[in-house]
Write a protein of this length. Sequence first.
Length: 428
Amino acid sequence: MSPDSPFLIGIAPEHRLALVAALVLPLLLWAGARLVATGAVALDGRVAAAYRRYAAAPVTMKWLTWLLLLTAVIHVALPLGHDNGGGSGLLFVAVGVAYGWLAMRALSGRRWRLPTALLLIATLIGYLLVVGPGQEEPDHVGIATALDELAALGLCLIPARGARRGARKLASTGFVVLTILVGAIIWVGMFAAHQAGETAAVTTVFEPTSGEDGHEPAEDGHEPADDGHGQQGGHGHSHGFTARAQAGVIMRPVAGELTDGQREAAEQLAAATTVGIAKYTDLRAAQRDGYRAAQPLDGLGVHFENKAYQSDGRILDPTRPEQLVYAIEGGRAVLLGAVYQMQTAGVPGPAVGGSITRWHAHNVCLTITPPGFGVVSPFGTCPSLTLTATTPEMMHVWTIEHPDGPFAEEIGPTWIRRELADHGQPLR
């Protein structure tokens, strides 16, 4: 499967084998059930007994078994894709085996709530400690595993029959608070890791090469080589798989190492865009050419769309970008840059500059109830009873000078207001 496959967007390469293991698990369990049903497995053995206990278990116990077994196989398979220095691979396997053992313990009717809850909480805390500081970017496999563990924890916290009402309230409140906390930290971790990967990709071309940051360039005059994942040197998890769905934004991953030709192409595109849209420094000129505001005429990032250019099939034409971005405040406007946009959703934009010129799309949650749309959840999904729509891919090229370069995902309000003060023009 291609690294650019939509199915793999948002899945870290280190976690793909774990995902495969989770997908294969139901097939293996189904095959085992068939063997027991046909008598191919000794009916008085432990395997057959486990299947019989599962068949006779209540629905909540069946769900718990599935959730624990899923996170068990994921943890056991994680070392196959990770760089497991320091014995972390053995820790993954030990945690996976413990989850499998607890699933069987619960099915056998022995005490399971407390040890299962403690292991689930410890695993979630461990994951949050990794993704919180941005060491590892939360991907779909990690997020799905966290959801799996949260659901299992919820079943653990369901008080046993006859428990006091206060215990039920405490368990419910604690579960809600933990769910919000886990979601918030994952959301922040995705944003922070994405920003790190984006900045690393951009600075391969646009960061100063001497003195200012305290680092000297390599002997050949270039910055340290990009590792193909949006990082320069060093180790750790790649950010090339980024799919920052938590803000409704999907960044298209770019495979392979950044080449000198791609660096040059990115520089040429930025320069051509600056020249090509120079005529639109006056907002009235853009409006005469068919650009119309897609939002209220006030803000530090007002997008103007040209419907004719969006359907003309001319991609990356510096004289006819599909959108322009202005800052409009205090009765003044200044041109910030352009947005190139693909004509059809699902069609990837040309990565002419490799990991520098990264395209993104927006997820929108649609609903038939007012106000007609929903908000993307902290876990990167749309709320229930809503539909997910994805826009065509687009790419910003900023034409004002600022430290993060022309292909940064966004620019700060300080730089924008400085540009407004220096170059803003009256709206009328």
